[in-house]
Every structure is written in structure tokens, then in C-alpha cells.
Design a protein around this ligand. Structure first.
Ligand code: NAD
Ligand code: ZN
Ligand code: ZN
Length: 345
């Protein structure tokens, strides 16, 4: 089968590999769509890559093709989404529903295994998956649904963890209206009554934000913090979701968060801030609640699937043939993708 693989630092190749064979408890899924995340770009540019030949793609949807021994939870032909958090399911955090921070497999600073960032991913004709990590797609278009596995899941988790501050009359800022951000914005619109301010460097992304229900849009430049403070009577925003995570957006997030606000860092663009315990040198007002948000839980996955199945959120996709996959990486890197790029084998 054809597969898009990372052979070494910066070295993407599309070539032939054997179709994997599902073992006991596994299913082989014929891929319909494989979403392309900016995390794939981060991985592409790592100075060292420990898994040469790994198939990329951690947002995968498709249909069950064949079953390994003992699988009874899915059937051949079922349309499915591949849940990306391959946690143990039985440690204390997993049993508490916090499988995205599984203690047994990920420990204090790791990640539970994620297809396409460890086990082979979905940028191929087939993917082999432990059957317990498949979610039914229901009525969704199997190609356009693929990004729900991360661009849907991760903002759903960030929003769910901020709900206590997302009350009527509150203001939320969404920074970065890309794959994750355009979904985060829609999840806020669909599940809260907050006013939404969207921020991006790209005017086209701000148009997309307007289409999906942003109340205000602000171009990301040196005046952005002033503009957001003006829109919030100088008090700041009750919630800030940073889906970019570069230095400029981390600075902006700290400059506009309100007292007792929820600050959610999702983007991994390399920005940072340092905490100080005294009032003079800390960038944060009193009471701010900061979370470094990772992925989402199985419950978050089901919730965002349901929002999509009931038409309350829609993934905007830009589709590429798998054979054009490397061009999709280059387009994402150049900021040319609207919504989410999805590779179609
Ligand atoms: P994307 O490229 O689709 O979107 C990023 C958006 O940020 C783009 O619209 C871009 O124009 C905008 N942007 C860039 N610089 C900006 C600035 N200075 N101000 C405002 N907007 C700016 O990327 P994506 O796939 O949505 O991923 C976003 C980030 O989230 C990446 O760093 C990715 O690695 C990370 N990520 C984190 C998790 C997690 O679990 N924490 C999960 C998935 C992705
Ligand atoms: Zn991702
Ligand atoms: Zn666990």
C-alpha cells in the first residue's frame, strides 16, 4: 500500500509498504481521510527522528476492513474514527476519565501512545488499530470527519476544562483560527453563550472565524492587546485559548487575560512566559488559572463527535490526494490551508 512516512529529520517520502495484519484484538481500517496537523510539521522538523519509516497521521477515519481474532465490538464495513489516546484504561487517572494523562503508560511527562507519533498512523491506505480505540462515525462524511480525532478532540477538552468561567456575559478569546482554532471557536459557539473574539495574523482566517460565529475579529499585531482590552472595558477576557503558542501569542494571552480568567495553552509553537510570585514582575493578574492542555479524553471525543453528528460543528477541509501529501505539508507550513488539510488515499 502507499504510505506517507517520515524517514529522518525533514525527510518525508511516499512509498510502498506491506499492508499491516491485524493481530488479536486489532482491526484493519481502510483509510478514508487522514488529517494533517501542525504537530506533524513540528515532528517533520525535529533535529533527530527516532522512528525512521514511521507512517504519519494521527487524525484518521475510515471503514473497518478486516478483524483480528476476538474482536466483537466492531464489524467489517463499519465507519469509524481512530481515537488518538491509546491509554491503558485501568490506571487511576484512566479510571477517573483522564486517560489523556494515563499514568501507567505516559508517566509524568510523556504522552499515551498516539498513532502517527509512535505506532504507524493513517496517512496510508490502511491502518492497524486496537479495536477498543475505534469510535463509530454514524452519519458523518468519513473523509471530512477525520480531523475530529484531534482538531475536534483537543479544543473540546480545552473548552470543557474551562466551562466554569464560560458563563453568560463572559468573553472568550480564540487565538489562531487554524485547524484546531476553527473547531474551538465552533465548540464555544455551540455549547456556551460567551462572546467570542477571534485573533489571527491572516485576514482569510479571520473571515473564516466570522463565518463560524466569531463576534469580533482582531488582527494579531502590536495593537491586538489594546484592541481586546478596549473590547472588554479594560478588564480583559474571561477565557483565552491559545491555539498557536508562539511567543507573540503567549505574550498576548498573558496581556489580555482577566482576573480569575482561564488561560488555556494548546498550541506548541515554542513561546513561553515565566511566573513570578510578586505583583511587580508577574505577567498575570490575580486568580488566573493556567492549563497546559493535552489532547482530550474519551468523553471529549464522544462529545465532539455528537456535536458534529447533530450538525452543530463542521470541519472545514481542504482535501488532497495522498499522492500529493507532501504538497499539503508545504501548504500548511506556508499558511495556505483553510480549516484542516485532509489526505485522501
Ligand atoms: P494551524 O497551522 O492549522 O493553525 C495555526 C493558526 O495560528 C493559523 O491560522 C495561523 O495563521 C495562526 N497564527 C500563527 N501565528 C499567529 C500569531 N502570531 N497570532 C495569531 N495567530 C497566529 O495549526 P493547528 O494544526 O491548528 O495546530 C495549532 C497548534 O496546536 C500547533 O502548535 C500544534 O502543534 C498544536 N497542537 C497541540 C495539541 C495539544 O494537545 N496541546 C494538539 C494538536 C495540536
Ligand atoms: Zn495533532
Ligand atoms: Zn492509564
Amino acid at each position: 500500500m502507499r504510505a506517507l512516512r517520515l524517514m529522518g529529520p525533514g525527510q518525508l517520502e511516499i512509498n510502498d509498504v506491506p499492508v499491516p495484519e491485524p493481530g488479536p484484538g486489532e482491526a484493519l481500517v481502510k483509510v478514508a481521510g487522514a488529517g494533517l496537523c501542525q504537530s506533524d510539521l513540528h515532528v517533520r522538523h525535529l533535529p533527530a527522528w527516532p522512528l525512521p519509516g514511521m507512517i504519519l497521521g494521527h487524525e484518521t477515519s475510515g471503514r473497518v476492513a478486516t478483524l483480528g481474532a476476538g474482536v466483537t465490538t466492531v464489524h467489517e464495513g463499519d465507519p469509524v474514527l481512530v481515537y488518538l489516546v491509546w491509554a491503558c484504561g485501568s490506571c487511576r487517572p484512566c479510571l477517573e476519565g483522564r486517560d489523556n494523562v494515563c499514568q501507567a503508560i505516559a508517566g509524568r511527562v510523556g504522552l499515551p501512545p498516539c498513532p502517527g507519533l509512535g505506532p504507524d498512523g493513517g496517512m496510508a491506505e490502511y491502518i492497524k488499530v486496537p479495536a477498543r480505540f475505534l469510535e463509530p462515525l454514524g452519519n458523518l462524511d468519513p473523509i471530512a470527519a477525520a480531523p475530529l480525532a484531534d482538531a475536534g478532540l483537543t479544543p473540546m477538552h480545552a473548552v470543557n476544562g474551562a466551562r466554569y468561567r464560560l458563563t453568560e456575559g463572559a468573553t472568550a478569546v480564540v487565538i489562531g483560527v487554524g485547524g484546531l482554532g476553527h473547531m474551538g471557536l465552533q465548540i464555544l459557539r455551540a455549547t456556551t453563550g460567551v462572546r467570542i473574539i477571534a485573533v489571527d495574523t491572516d485576514r482569510g482566517k479571520l473571515d473564516l472565524a466570522r463565518e463560524h460565529g466569531a463576534d469580533e475579529v482582531v488582527i494579531s499585531d502590536e495593537q491586538a492587546s489594546r484592541a481586546i482590552l478596549d473590547l472588554t472595558s479594560g478588564y480583559g477576557a474571561d477565557a483565552v485559548f491559545d491555539f498557536s503558542g508562539v511567543q507573540a501569542t503567549v505574550d498576548l494571552a498573558c496581556q489580555v487575560i482577566a482576573p480569575d480568567g482561564v488561560l488555556r495553552f494548546v498550541g506548541l509553537g515554542g513561546g513561553g512566559f515565566s511566573y513570578a510570585a510578586d505583583s511587580e514582575s508577574t505577567p498575570l493578574p490575580w486568580g488566573v488559572d493556567v492549563r497546559r492542555s493535552y489532547g482530550g479524553t474519551r468523553t471529549d471525543q464522544r462529545q465532539v463527535l455528537e456535536l458534529a453528528q447533530t450538525g452543530r460543528v463542521t470541519v472545514e477541509t481542504t482535501q488532497y490526494a495522498l499522492a500529493d501529501g507532501i504538497r499539503a505539508f508545504d501548504d500548511l507550513e506556508a499558511g495556505k490551508v483553510r480549516g484542516r488539510a485532509v489526505l485522501v488515499p
